[in-house]
Design a protein. Structure first.
Length: 95
C-alpha cells in the first residue's frame, strides 16, 4: 500500500481577533507521486469534527488556537496522523 503524507500542511489564511477560529488550508498528497488524494477523510482526534478533501486533495478547516491531532484516511492508503499547533509561527508547517 502507498503511504500518503501532507505537503505544506497548514497555511493560515484568515484569522479573527482575540484568538477565535483560524481558517487553515491544507493538502493531502500521495507520497510517491505528489498528486492530491481526492476524498480523503480528515478527523480531529477526540471530537466529532472533520472534513474531506476536494477533487485536488485540498481541504480547509476552522481551528481555534491550540494543539490538535489530525487523523487522515483514504481507501487504498495507510492511515496517518499529524500533530499541529495553531497558530503556526510562520504560517506553514512542512512535514
Amino acid at each position: 500500500m502507498k503511504l500518503f503524507c501532507f505537503l505544506s500542511i497548514m497555511m493560515i489564511t484568515t484569522s479573527s481577533l482575540f484568538g477565535q477560529a483560524i481558517e487553515c488550508l491544507s493538502e493531502v498528497t500521495d507520497e510517491s507521486t505528489r498528486e492530491g488524494i481526492p476524498g480523503a477523510a480528515i478527523r480531529i482526534a477526540n471530537t466529532q469534527r472533520g472534513t474531506s478533501t476536494n477533487a485536488k486533495g485540498r481541504f480547509r478547516m476552522m481551528l481555534a488556537e491550540g494543539q490538535y491531532c489530525l487523523y487522515v484516511s483514504s481507501l487504498g492508503y495507510r492511515s496517518d496522523s499529524v500533530h499541529v499547533s495553531v497558530p503556526l509561527e510562520n504560517g506553514t508547517l512542512n512535514l
